[in-house]
Design a protein around this ligand. Structure first.
Ligand SMILES: Cc1cc2nc3c(=O)[nH]c(=O)nc-3n(C[C@H](O)[C@H](O)[C@H](O)COP(=O)(O)OP(=O)(O)OC[C@H]3O[C@@H](n4cnc5c(N)ncnc54)[C@H](O)[C@@H]3O)c2cc1C
Length: 434
């Protein structure tokens, strides 16, 4: 059975960036990536018409690490014959659809090292011919052996109470949006839809529903006062610099909390100005016409979810006056974000796929995994022969906002992870030709 130097779990942008770094810097190191999807796709449930990306397009899968790479967004446009047209677009950021195609274009060039339709389910530490290895078993029963592991499954969707126990398929996380619309609206527009949350995605979804179904009542339920403008100050944006990542990793627990509080508005519970303006104007015009269909209702907490035939009933509390109401919807989209590593109710102490090996690794006092500066887990016993495990794209709690699942530092992080693997791993192939 083949033993790979690196086994990657997930082949989204994080591990695609690693595959590029490997090819460009260390082609002698063998790697295999396991991807649950049957083909490459980036956030396919949220490729909304007209939506744009949130990152400078050159902070792509490679450019910060290697601006001369074949795999840059700019070169993708060039190879597709769209560069001059694209540069002429009257927009600040590319369409999300186009960026998704770029990611697929890159991913397809690595088909030889990826097995699609393979969801990693279990990881065990085993001895094989006298060597400590990871054995990864997939949902369809495949078994893979690796001298190291790079875990990049993306962050898990977070559904808070009471949505976490809602059985109805009509209540779903934003990552399933386009799929559930297809399931429930092919025979006609819904009468009413609720969007829960105050994030960029929640505002985009509210707009998208209003555009798709102009006669549908759309209600965006926001827990805080209302929709907030994203902090796009260039000074704050330095939180997405590598120097901030290093600084954050050195900070005390209290310091990290302070930095998190400052950086929160650059990525969470806040919306870009263009989306806010469009949504506000749309609601104003509907009011002017005496026909308001779209509502942004702040200070609202959903306390219960009930299925009633083909409908979903939400119990809603006005948080500041304690008034309560029931409202009925055809669909409820939960746009409440993703889980980080951590001890909180909206977090998880470790990626579930690592359940069987997590006991070998050091944890923080608060219980979540300790992650070193190069994204490696540290063995609990210093003399341990645990092969390296590195986390790729899951480390906001240890590395700060630049690791909040975004593209911003992804290419540089791939380089750091590759260096960490070479330093920590014992690979069969010589790491360096020279
Ligand atoms: C709607 C939306 C829009 C976004 N837009 C932006 C943006 O414009 N700019 C930005 O910087 N960030 C954006 N993000 C953040 C986004 O998370 C990152 O851009 C990027 O997708 C992170 O890459 P990743 O590889 O870490 O995770 P993912 O993209 O989630 O990829 C993880 C991959 O791992 C696979 N996988 C999961 N579990 C397993 C398993 N057990 N076995 C095998 N495979 C597995 C998944 O199928 C998936 O393909 C957006 C997020 C969302 C939800």
């Amino acid at each position: 059975m083949r033993v790979y130097d690196i086994l990657g779990i997930g082949f989204g942008p994080a591990n695609i960036a690693l595959a590029i770094a490997l090819e460009e810097q260390e082609p002698g190191v063998s790697a295999r990536f396991l991807e649950a999807r049957t083909e490459p796709a980036w956030q396919p449930g949220m490729l909304l018409d007209g939506s744009d990306i949130q990152n400078n397009p050159s902070r792509d899968l490679v450019s910060l690490r290697n601006p001369r790479s074949h795999y840059s967004f700019l070169n993708y446009l060039f190879e597709e014959g769209r560069l001059i047209e694209h540069l002429n677009l009257p927009i600040e950021f590319p369409l999300r659809k186009e960026y998704a195609r770029y990611i697929t274009w890159v991913a397809r060039q690595f088909d030889e090292v990826v097995d699609y339709g393979r969801r990693a389910e279990q990881v065990r530490l085993i001895q094989h011919d006298g060597e400590a290895l990871y054995e990864v078993t997939t949902a369809c029963g495949g078994v893979y052996l690796g001298r190291s592991l790079v875990v990049a499954p993306g962050r898990a969707p977070y559904l808070p109470e009471p949505f976490d126990s809602a059985a109805s398929r009509r209540v779903f996380h934003l990552t399933d949006y386009l799929f559930r619309l297809e399931e429930f609206t092919t025979h006609g527009a819904p009468e009413s839809v609720a969007v829960v949350g105050g994030s960029q995605s929640a505002a985009e979804l509210t707009l998208d529903l209003a555009r798709r179904f102009p006669r549908t009542r759309v209600r965006n339920l926001v827990r805080s006062y209302s929709l907030r403008l994203k902090d796009t100050s260039p000074f704050s944006e330095e939180g997405y610099f590598p120097a901030f990542t290093e600084y954050y990793h050195r900070a005390t627990a209290e310091g990290r909390r302070r930095l998190d509080a400052y950086m929160h508005g650059t990525n969470y519970s806040s919306v870009d100005a263009d989306v806010l303006k469009e949504l506000y104007l749309l609601i104003y015009e509907q009011r002017l016409d005496g026909d308001q269909k779209v509502h942004v209702d702040g200070n609202r907490l959903v306390t219960a979810v009930r299925e009633q035939g083909d409908k979903v009933v939400l119990e809603i509390e006005e948080r500041n006056t304690a008034l309560t109401e029931s409202d009925t919807f055809d669909l409820v989209v939960v746009a409440t974000g993703f889980r980080d590593l951590g001890p909180g109710p909206d977090q998880e102490p470790y990626p579930p796929v690592l359940e069987d090996i997590v006991g070998h690794f050091r944890t923080e006092e608060s219980g979540e995994l300790y992650v070193a500066a190069d994204y490696a887990l540290e063995p609990r016993d210093s003399g341990s022969d645990c092969p390296p495990v590195l986390l790729n794209g899951l480390c906001e709690s240890s590395h700060g906002i630049g690791d909040a699942g975004s593209f911003s530092l992804l290419s540089l992080r791939a380089g750091t992870i590759l260096d960490g693997l070479l330093k920590r791993g014992t690979f069969a192939a010589p790491a360096h030709a020279s």
